[in-house]
Design a protein around this ligand. Structure first.
Ligand code: FES
Ligand code: FES
Length: 176
């Protein structure tokens, strides 16, 4: 490193991720996306554009969907993050994940973690969204495979089931 360059600030960042207390040691200016994937091996959050344009990297930050590629570590100190791994699992899928599976709402699946996170953020504030509201909530998420109508159906189905069950979105440590 040239003598006139300041080394990156690597002061650890403490926060909660998927209900667990975590300390991240990547440079504080680096994107949350890389720390999730490289430090914690939470690889369900995907890199698409790296420029807050595609939604593939969305995570919940205190219950709101944000682009983790465009969120520096220093900005999440003390916050609560939920990634797709925290939303549900193969054994215990979130109602959104279950509905997407049943509706076959996807093809390659690359966009789906970001889309599910955006849908979860929507249902947290609006448990009975109409189609226009779902479209608006997913506007920042690109899907090149063309499964959009199935996704709309899946979000409606999950919302209906969650209302009937009186279930909150409440992903681990996140939006509840
Ligand atoms: S990778 Fe973050 S918005 Fe595209
Ligand atoms: S399912 Fe392939 S990009 Fe969305």
């Amino acid at each position: 490193m040239p003598a006139d360059q300041t080394p990156p600030d690597s002061t650890p960042v403490a926060l909660r991720i998927n209900g667990q207390s975590v300390v991240l040691r990547s440079p504080r200016d680096s994107a949350l996306l890389y720390a999730l994937r490289d430090e914690l091996s939470l690889t369900g959050t995907h890199y698409g554009c790296g420029a807050n344009q595609c939604g593939a990297c969305h995570v919940l930050l205190d219950g709101k969907a944000v682009a983790s590629c465009d969120t520096p570590l220093w900005a999440v100190a003390g916050k609560s993050i939920v990634t797709i791994e925290g939303l549900g699992s193969a054994g215990q899928p979130h109602p959104l994940q279950q509905a997407f599976l049943e509706e076959q709402a996807g093809q390659c699946g690359y966009c789906l973690s970001g889309i599910l996170i955006s849908a979860a953020a929507l249902l947290e504030v609006n448990p009975d969204p109409d189609e226009a509201q779902i479209r608006a909530a997913l506007q920042g998420n690109l899907c090149r495979c063309g499964a959009h109508n199935r996704m709309l159906r899946a979000v409606r189905l999950a919302a209906q089931r969650m209302r009937e069950a009186g279930q909150q979105v409440a992903p681990q440590g996140g939006a509840a």
